[in-house]
Write a protein that binds this ligand. Sequence first.
Ligand SMILES: [Zn+2]
Length: 429
Amino acid sequence: MTNPEPGDWSSYAGLARLQRERLPLLLEAAARAPFYRKRGVPADLAEAPLTTKADLRDAYPFGLLAVDRSELATYHESSGSTGAPTASYYTEGDWTDLAERYARKWVGITPDDLFLVRTPYALMITGHLAHAAARLRGATVVPADNRSLAMPYSRVVRVLHDLGVTLTWSLPTDTLLWAAAAAVAGYRPGADFPALRAIFVGGEPLSAARRARIGEIWNTRVVEEYGATETGSLAGECPQGRLHLWADRAIFEVRDPATGRLTPDGRGQLVVTPLFREAMPLLRYAIEDEVEVAYTDCPCGWWLPEVRILGRTAFGGRTAWADRAGLTQLGVEELVFGLPAEFGVMFWRARADADRLRIEIEVAERYRTAAVGALTEAAGRAYGITADVAAVPPGGLVPYHLLTATAEVMKPRALFGAGEDWDRALRYY
Ligand SMILES: [Zn+2]
């Protein structure tokens, strides 16, 4: 399979032509994978059944492998909530496509950039993806990882500040934790990090209000990205701040959960067929995110469909009023980050109880009354339900030690000097 040419987005007709041309090659590649060989590959994608996450789990580890094992470059697993691993793997050629797609940031990634990669490297693709894209564009990578004992928040803040990091990649939530840790360390996030020219975020649904707040706190641009470990980047942001699907690299469809019908646009669950995949072809992969896709005429001039990521609407223990009112995490997030910036509310949680919406926010004492009053009113108005808003002091939701802890990783050691505390030092983690 040849590597794709970077983006011809000059017309929707051009995209359709490219998709038509690529499809036969893709179906051929899929037929080489044991999973699809067993299932049977139709002559036309329109007849292909969905490939579900359950299919991927059943095919663990190499049931979807369409090339010789020796051609693989990397192996990944996604962070499944069920515990059963979902494998994905890529060849060197696949990596050219993956890195190029991630690197399509409208603010650019240049050799002058210092790029902090603050998503996990362990098994998942996200850290490696940003790393490869930054290297592709000649930037200097600062591999900060996440969920790692070696890189607590205090160290992230030090690196951001001392190195003059220009670009970062993380969950949106992580940037708020940096802001809290920076404040604890005596820095003003909006003033003391002047080199930071853009914050790249992904991996979580992000409301317009939270996104705007992150930009305000850090006094920089926030650029969104959407993708998955099984597919890499699927959508990126244009200069107008809208997300566009990379339809020159994948066919996107939207599935109506009520009827199971697939259409090119509308609201429903996203279904993806990557057009350039060597190691692991996927036909109509049901990604299980709720989205809204529209073929619009965006002022940016990219002829790529627009997408809104609505996230997964399901949450545990639903109640009748929440269903009626269309309660979502994104909706509550809009309300919380709709509070005035001076209140400094960044961390919250909520629970849909049988007869009320309980919300907890972390807020400083002097804004407590105002914040609780404003949010109670806003939530009541939005959902037509009694909102029970409680304020907890800073540290109540995000523990203080998370923001101040220093790296404690040591190599195993067995020989000690007289008087050394060998209980503390002897550790294998
Ligand atoms: Zn646009």
